[in-house]
Design a protein around this ligand. Structure first.
Ligand code: BES
Ligand code: ZN
Length: 458
């Protein structure tokens, strides 16, 4: 009898022990205190210091300034104990060697500039006015002729495409404003001799064409110079026994425009990447996290495009979210919009895992879910093109210093830096922490909140 009783006691105790073990070992639902812990660790002073260092000089892709930035970023990653990789890729600059325009045997004088791009060539042909070079402006007779084009209405890229399609042999483009000649630019694959002239010169040529046929010799020589630009990548490996197999990427671009120090565009984003790398270096994770700063964003998303196009297929398939931070610190950006004007842009204007996580994190942290909208123009584009959920975090409308020499440290707000790092940090924590449920597919977002689409002007 006694024996039987202790047998039952052991069974009952065993069951109780088993149930509590299952409970304690099972993953717990979203727990916002963890996210707040992340937020307490974020230090805007660190971020400000990074912006201060990087914005001492411009960091155009392929220049000394970029190399200094790359060395700084890599050394920071290394000092945090990360395994790093610096990925090289070529970028090109175009330099005018020679250009001349001869009109009916008389050289054209004044402000003439060769386009940048693959525009070298020497061609003699009749001139034809094609207005703004919209498809309906261009008669088939343009074939073999040199087109006189007015700037405006549609992008230069489209004008050149329309003209190349109809077989034009050269391009003389004049400004739609009275200022000097503008900076013409052909894309890599648009092979056509092309120069830019002033509005006055262009109107004179148009008048001359009214009187009869005009023969032009267009002689352009542009040198293509190869430079090297870089992506910097730091990888945080997941805990071996808790690996979900997924990869989350956090990115910003370290290059700037050639004529500005790019404190906000995008030293601010780099500062957030480094600060999040610092915090996550001490956290356990069930997801691989890659912290990446891209080069040559300003030259056409070249670094991020190179990064995505060289990913092993297995990596690409395991990537579930890309968080891009670009221009996230300007005090003057954001207008009177809630949450300092922070907004998440996707390429297709649709919500995705990244915007769901971002909205939930901002709701938790600032009791306000930030909106989303549709915009490219940064390194989230190639990720989206590879079917990886991606969004750009940015304050809109933009500050007046965008792409100006005045994009300097004194325009940076620590509060804005802190806010973005908290929101993106919490969102990343939500998906990468072993304490939170792994997001195995796009629909399984742990904390869904309401947030709205906004067509905000920039
Ligand atoms: N930081 C900007 C992107 C941006 C600008 C986003 C304005 C939202 C509003 C970025 O560095 C940039 O200037 N991008 C280029 C495009 C790129 C493909 C060369 C741009 O927008 O002109
Ligand atoms: Zn930028």
């Amino acid at each position: 009898m006694l024996k039987r009783k202790s047998f039952y006691t052991i069974i009952v105790l065993g069951i109780v022990l088993f149930i509590s073990a299952v409970y304690y070992l099972s993953p717990k639902p979203s727990n916002s205190t963890n996210e707040f812990n992340i937020n307490k660790e974020i230090n805007a002073d660190n971020m400000y210091d990074t912006v201060a260092y990087l914005s001492k000089q411009p960091r155009a892709a392929g220049t000394e300034g970029e190399i200094k930035a790359v060395e700084y970023i890599e050394s920071k990653f290394k000092s945090l104990g990360y395994e790093t990789k610096v990925q090289e890729f070529p970028v090109y600059d175009f330099k005018e060697k020679h250009r001349s325009v001869i009109i009916n045997d008389k050289p054209l004088e004044g402000d003439i500039r060769a386009f940048s791009g693959n525009v070298s060539g020497n061609v003699t042909a009749e001139l034809m006015n094609v207005d703004k070079a919209r498809p309906s402006d261009i008669p088939v007779e343009v074939k073999g002729k040199i087109a006189l084009v007015e700037l405006g209405e549609i992008p230069i890229f489209a004008k050149l495409n329309n003209l190349l399609e109809k077989g034009a042999a050269g391009v003389i483009m004049y400004n739609d404003h009275p200022a000097g000649s503008f900076e013409g630019k052909a894309s890599e694959r648009q092979y056509i001799p092309a120069v830019a002239i002033t509005r006055d010169q262009g109107l004179e040529l148009a008048a001359l064409l009214q009187e009869g046929s005009v023969v032009v010799t267009l002689d352009v020589e542009v040198e293509k110079i190869r430079h090297t630009s870089y992506n910097v990548i730091a990888t945080l490996k997941p805990n071996k026994n808790q690996d979900t197999g997924q990869i989350v990427t956090i990115g910003a671009h370290h290059d700037s425009v050639p004529y500005g120090p790019g404190a906000n565009d995008d030293a601010s984003g780099v500062s957030a990447v480094l600060e999040l790398a610092r915090i996550f270096s001490k956290k356990p994770t069930d997801t691989e996290i890659r912290f990446i700063t891209f080069g040559a964003e300003e030259k056409g998303l070249i670094g991020s495009t190179h990064y995505v196009s060289t990913l092993p297929q297995n990596d690409e398939e395991r990537m579930v979210a890309h968080f891009q931070m670009d221009m996230v610190g300007a005090a003057a950006a954001g207008g009177n919009n809630p949450a300092g004007g922070l907004i998440m842009y996707t390429i297709d204007g649709r919500k995705n895992l990244v915007t769901d996580l971002g909205a939930a994190a901002s709701k938790n942290t600032f009791s306000e879910a930030i909106p989303y909208g549709e915009l490219g123009r940064s390194d989230h584009q190639p990720f989206h093109d590879a079917n990886i959920p991606a969004a750009l975090f940015i304050h809109a409308p933009l500050e007046p210093d965008y792409h100006q020499p005045t994009d300097t440290l004194d325009k940076i707000s620590k509060e804005k830096l802190q806010q973005v790092a908290e929101i993106v940090g919490s969102a990343v924590y939500q998906i990468t922490s072993p304490e939170t449920p792994a997001t195995t597919n796009e629909k399984a977002v742990p904390a869904v909140v309401e947030y709205h689409y906004e067509d905000r002007s920039l």
